[in-house]
Design a binder for this molecule. Structure first.
Ligand SMILES: [Ca+2]
Length: 514
């Protein structure tokens, strides 16, 4: 009978679909070859020479060395800027920070500088089906201005694509010295409200300027406002006493939040942005790391950073996620020793070279300002090796969009290049050029480095000691990685070409190839 055949077919079809359903669901939700889990670990102020795998001998970084040995270690990987906020802005948005006003180093009470609802790295990955989380240092502003820290704190990470967040709101050396988890200050006592102010005093707690005798880390400059935990900070704060962080426990606290995020999202593709406080000032590593390095407190903080990375790797191993997780490690800018606190980082250096063979440091237009450790590991896909490809953190947005099959609008991520083949070690070629950014800008084109007259600030050429304009600088990094010999005079045509290319990129709204 026809109806019987029909019913039987329907029943068989239904049974067969039911049998497939769990598998289909698994395909739709778990990390896979096109949607690996992604963990971006962004360290703070770690220089090109600060890790064992980049040549350091006075510190031991076994976990980072392992990451490098199992992945691609880049020798020409860059942060988008030589300081914190602009780098983070560019990493998240794919836009050079110098294109947008107000993206310099922010005070701790700044409003969010990224447009809610815009295309960002987390928003793009969320669209691709990822669970997204930010843990650690934020420093991109929170709220819309005049933020009341005692209420719901928004806009912030959630409005730009992070489902979850656990934040150091600005920096370790800036108030407020409390954590913000999913839009609320953690552990806040409503009877002791937090007030924060920059530029003028608030509350009656002692300051570093007036009471240096109360400080456990003496000051070299700045950082002389409210004293929290015996360390004076930038900015004034009152209230929130029981909510204040313990500096020594910061790495433990945020690392536990990072690994917990991985645990909770193990069954779906996840994107974790883990921004460490180490090794930014104030350097106050946990007691178990103190005195463990051969180059003083900054080296001890590097050991703490390495431990944090090890915890992430151990968690991925334990959950059997390592093979389908892309881990990218880098730093937000180059190294600095004396960043305001007299913590012995300079005196105890003991021959350690934080910038390795490079010239400059954090804040600098020379290579050490932005050329930083840059490692990508994905055991299921990446063959271990070393790469000289020119890559930048600003490229993560377009590259990971390509990996996860997401199309970007023309106006989105205007300076993010798809360098996925280089990131995966499948090509030796990355970007063909990159604008480096500190107080001014410089241009990398291949292995050439061009710094405009006046140190890269157009129209603001500085006078040198002889009274003349500081000359244009050109270095051939293939022969002169340390930028010791300015060869601009020998290559006038090349200088002109690079000057024009730099001007063109600056004058157009985007540099991302169509
Ligand atoms: Ca930094």
């Amino acid at each position: 009978m026809p109806w019987r055949t029909d019913s039987l077919l329907r029943l068989m079809l239904a049974l067969s679909l039911a049998a497939w359903a769990p598998l289909l669901a698994a395909v739709a939700t778990a990390a896979d070859a096109n949607r690996p889990n992604i963990v971006v670990i962004l360290a703070d102020d770690i220089g090109y020479g600060d890790l064992g795998c980049y040549g350091a001998t006075k510190v031991k970084t076994p976990h980072l060395d392992r990451l490098a040995a199992e992945g691609i270690r880049f020798t020409d990987g860059h942060s988008p800027s030589a300081t914190c906020t602009p780098t983070r802005y560019a990493l998240i948005t794919g836009q050079y920070a110098w294109r947008k006003k107000g993206t310099g180093i922010l005070p701790g009470d700044a409003a969010l500088i990224i447009e809610p609802g815009s295309t960002t790295l987390p928003a793009m990955l969320k669209r691709a089906g990822y669970a997204t989380g930010a843990v650690g240092k934020w420093h991109l502003g929170l709220g819309a201005g005049n933020l009341d820290w005692n209420t719901q704190i928004k806009p912030g990470p959630r409005e730009i694509g992070f489902d979850e967040s656990f934040l150091i709101p600005a920096t370790g050396d800036r108030v407020p010295c409390v954590y913000v988890e999913n839009q609320r200050v953690v552990g806040l006592d409503p009877a002791d409200p937090i007030r924060v102010r920059y530029g003028e005093q608030i509350g009656d707690e002692p300051t570093g300027a007036e009471h240096p005798e109360l400080l456990r880390i003496k000051l070299n400059r700045g950082h002389d406002n409210t004293i929290i935990n015996g360390i004076s900070r930038i900015g004034f704060m009152s209230g929130g006493k029981v909510a204040r962080w313990v500096d020594e426990d910061m790495a433990d606290t945020i690392t536990a939040k990072a690994t917990n995020f991985i645990e909770r999202h193990r069954d779906e593709p996840f994107f974790l942005y883990f921004a460490t406080h180490d090794v930014h000032v104030p350097r106050v590593p946990h007691a178990r790391f103190k005195g463990t390095s051969q180059c003083g407190i900054r080296g001890d903080a590097i050991h703490e950073l390495d431990w944090s990375v090890g915890q992430v790797l151990e968690t991925l191993d334990r959950l059997k996620l390592a093979d389908r997780t892309l881990v990218i490690f880098s730093s937000d800018n180059g190294p600095v020793l004396d960043d305001g606190y007299a913590d012995g980082a300079v005196e105890d250096l003991n021959g350690h070279t934080p910038a390795g063979p490079l010239k400059g440091a954090k804040y600098s237009l020379n290579e050490a300002g932005t050329r930083v450790p840059f490692i990508a590991r994905w055991p299921g896909r990446i063959k271990p090796g070393t790469s000289d490809a020119l890559v930048c953190q600003i490229d993560l947005l377009a590259s990971l969009a390509s990996l996860s099959g997401q199309k970007l609008d023309d106006a989105a991520a205007p300076d993010s290049f798809n360098v996925l083949p280089a990131l995966l070690g499948e090509s030796a070629v990355g970007r063909d050029h990159l604008i480096e950014h500190a107080n001014g800008v410089a241009l990398r084109k291949g292995t050439w480095k061009y710094i405009p007259p006046g140190g890269g600030q157009p129209g603001k050429a500085k006078k040198n000691k002889a009274g003349g304009e500081t000359a244009a600088q050109l270095y051939d990094l293939a022969k002169d990685l340390g930028e010791t010999k300015n060869v601009a005079a020998e290559h006038p045509d090349l200088v002109k070409d690079l000057q024009q290319l730099l001007g063109k990129i600056q004058s157009q709204p985007r540099s991302r190839p169509k």
